[in-house]
Design a protein around this ligand. Structure first.
Ligand SMILES: NC(=O)c1ccc[n+]([C@@H]2O[C@H](COP(=O)([O-])OP(=O)(O)OC[C@H]3O[C@@H](n4cnc5c(N)ncnc54)[C@H](O)[C@@H]3O)[C@@H](O)[C@H]2O)c1
Ligand SMILES: [Zn+2]
Length: 383
């Protein structure tokens, strides 16, 4: 982006990360020739909580505005017809961008609309959750849910431009930070150990990770607030994980060769846990437990060392994530759901297991008894 100042640029992917894109939006629009503005799909909460920012920077660039109710149900296939109708009422032209301003839900929905409306219109993404900045807005996938099946219908359609600005994360509640941190931690496991060490040293030095309760470490909310405020630290952390995900995606853009599968670390368990819990467990929480399960399984198969589990559990707990399976979840129910995982082959699931930082192994045909042993190690024994 000629002359435009940005903190980090990942040129090949059109992904740009900085503190705040607001002041530069108008210039970017002009440079791209998007003279009629854009059709903005805005998450309802973001629309309220970022009102001042939107009035100042977005309003001048609005051809049309569609407010998307907060929550996964906005991704239901059945809403599409109404949305296409709105786009045709707005007389959207082929050169006018659709702009997603929200988390993964708005991002996935807008991406699908942009990919399909008139066989494709420009797509711009402004992610507003940690999960969307670090994960969902990278890799060109989008999708909607069909009759209860998540992301059943979708396309690969990378945005023309992804503008990630951490200023928008300011209003994000701590629980959403925790969910996003699960994916951040996942990607940190896929990075060289040096990155992990850097971030855990920051957590120790600045946020009191590793201190015992009597030493009055910061509460979870205070940690989140502190990390939000340490903008250069946050940018550096995000730069690392974004870069890593982009690298992996670039080697396997359509998720065909198997390289991209490593991003599913922890997810075989996570998906089954989410389903078995009837979605009581949030995705990030399920991923946290799934990551630990992957490490334990890797140890049982003598692929990983125990140091990794200790470091992982400390980090997950520090960021408000669970590392044990709640006692109300039953093995039988989980095992049934594991078999329906979309990565399953012939009734057995495919597991991505960490060998060490930056290295995974793919394991199929894990005997069910071994999985049950992992479950037993993860079961919450406190009550
Ligand atoms: N396409 C992909 O590659 C990919 C990858 C991972 C996840 N996903 C999808 O992403 C979705 C989950 O994304 P998510 O966790 O961002 O969920 P989300 O979009 O539902 O956002 C979570 C919550 O945060 C609120 N919110 C968003 N931004 C905010 C802000 N700045 N301040 C205050 N509140 C804010 C939302 O209203 C919502 O209540 C799922 O549908 C999942 O399937 C897609
Ligand atoms: Zn995930």
């Amino acid at each position: 982006m000629g002359g435009m100042e940005s903190y980090f640029e990942f040129r090949t992917s059109n992904y740009y990360l900085t503190e705040d894109w607001g002041p530069q939006l108008a210039a970017i629009w002009k440079e791209r020739g998007w003279l009629s503005g854009g059709v903005w799909l805005i998450d309802e909460r973001v629309h309220t909580l970022q009102r001042a920012w939107i009035e100042r920077y977005v309003e001048p660039l609005i051809l049309g505005k569609i407010i998307i109710p907060s929550g996964e149900s906005s991704k239901e296939f059945s809403h599409l017809e109404g949305l296409y109708e709105r786009l045709s009422e707005l007389r959207l032209e082929r050169a006018t961008p659709l702009v997603a301003l929200g988390g993964g839900v708005v991002g996935d929905l807008t991406g699908f609309l942009a990919a399909t409306y008139m066989r494709g219109v420009p797509l711009v993404s402004l992610p507003t959750t940690l999960l969307a900045v670090a994960d969902a807005s990278i890799g060109g996938k989008n999708g909607v849910d069909f009759r209860g099946a998540k992301n059943m219908i979708g396309a690969f359609y990378p945005p023309q431009l992804t503008l990630a600005g951490i200023q928008l994360l300011e209003s994000l509640p701590p629980e959403e930070w925790a969910c996003g941190m699960a994916e951040v931690i996942k990607t940190l496991l896929l990075c060289p150990e040096e990155r992990w060490r850097q971030f855990s040293e920051y957590c120790r030095r600045q946020l009191g990770m590793g201190l015992v309760a009597q030493e009055e470490p910061l509460s979870f909310k205070e940690r989140v607030a502190r990390l939000k405020g340490d903008r250069s630290e946050l940018l550096e952390l995000l730069e690392g994980v974004v870069q890593r995900k982009l690298e992996i995606v670039a080697q396997d853009p359509r998720d065909l060769s198997g390289v991209r599968a490593q991003l599913n670390l922890g997810h075989t368990w996570a998906h089954a846990l989410e389903k078995a819990s009837n979605y009581q467990l949030r995705h990030g929480q399920a991923v946290a437990i799934g990551l630990r399960a992957a490490v334990i399984l890797a140890q049982k198969l003598e692929l990983a060392q125990t140091a990794m589990e200790t470091a992982l559990v400390e980090m997950l707990e520090f960021w408000g994530l669970p590392t044990t399976i709640p006692s109300w979840l039953k093995w039988e129910n989980f095992a049934r759901n594991l078999r329906y995982d979309k990565k399953c082959k012939g009734g057995e699931s495919l597991f991505i297991l960490p060998v060490t930082w930056g290295r995974t192994a793919k394991v199929e045909l894990v005997p069910v008894e071994v999985l049950e042993q992992v479950w037993a190690e993860l079961a919450d024994t406190e009550d």
